[in-house]
Design a protein around this ligand. Structure first.
Ligand code: B12
Length: 212
């Protein structure tokens, strides 16, 4: 049953049909399908399929934007907030580095982290490394979460930990995620952790707090 409905959600997302995607995600929740599964098997699968349409000849910005809008509406259904500030377990600063405008995965990470009790300060996309680090210092962040979808940002990702150390901020952990970074090792990116999914990131930060 849930397989079938996840497929229907997938189709609705790929059509950019926001209202149908919301209806299908509500049905999944009513059938006790966990939000984590809906994100990984529904949203992430839909975006992987969209990848095929991203070749230069077929590139259709409007189509991709409609899918993105539908994804964010589904996230509101999966992780509703009542608008009141949640108790915070710690602060996480997120951003996509200079030259990278992809933000869907980063926005999902923000929603999931917020739902799990963290406060997220998002530096947005196309963000200089220094701005990310300044924000982490000002906010006394526990962790920086770098989202990278294009491989050209990798040299910038490698700088983050080094600059933190130079500035005496080596206690701030750095985690990386997103399609361009998740295939790499933490060592090669010079970060503390590489996440395959947003949920991996949450587990990693939970562990840091347990150790402290
Ligand atoms: C949607 C999309 C776009 C949209 C972005 C819309 C938006 N607001 O984000 C638009 C149309 C704007 C776009 C533009 C471009 N894109 Co594009 N795009 C994609 C596509 C199809 C999907 C990305 C996505 O949203 N995935 C869904 C999300 C949910 O997944 P995710 O980001 O991986 O996030 C999950 C996890 O990884 C994790 N996560 C993500 N970040 C982080 C961070 C941390 C800390 C943690 C813990 C977890 C975490 O959380 C999420 C949930 O689990 C990808 C293909 C792909 N396979 O990724 C190409 C892709 C990323 N794009 C690509 C390219 C080349 C471009 C363009 C340069 C194309 C062009 N010809 O102009 C431009 C400009 C890019 C730029 N300068 O940044 C390439 C990159 C190739 C490369 N190796 O560098 C890809 C891989 C497509 C391809 N196969 O060629 N794109």
């Amino acid at each position: 049953m849930s397989e079938l409905t996840i497929n229907r959600l997938l189709e609705a997302l790929l059509e950019g049909n926001q209202s149908l995607a919301v209806v299908e995600s509500r049905k999944l929740l009513e059938n006790d399908v966990k939000p984590e599964r809906i994100v990984t098997e529904g949203i992430e699968s839909a975006m992987t399929q969209l990848d095929a349409k991203c070749t230069v000849e077929q590139f259709n910005l409007l189509e991709i934007m409609l899918v993105g809008r539908a994804v964010m509406e589904v996230m509101k259904v999966l992780y509703p907030t009542d608008g009141s500030p949640p108790d915070t377990k710690g602060i996480v600063v997120t951003g996509a580095l200079e030259g990278d405008v992809h933000d869907l995965g980063k926005n999902i990470l923000r929603i999931v982290l917020t739902a799990k009790g963290y406060r997220v300060v998002d530096c947005g996309t196309d963000c200089p490394v220094e701005k990310l680090i300044d924000t982490a210092a000002q906010e006394a962040a526990l962790t920086i979460g770098v989202s990278g979808l294009i491989t050209t940002v990798i040299p910038q990702v490698r700088q983050v930990t080094a600059i933190l150390s130079e500035r005496g901020l080596g206690h701030i952990k750095v985690m990386a995620g997103g399609a361009a970074l998740k295939q790499a090792t933490a060592e090669s990116l010079n970060v503390d952790f590489v996440a395959q999914t947003a949920f991996d990131g949450v587990h990693y930060i939970d562990q840091i707090l347990e150790v402290k």
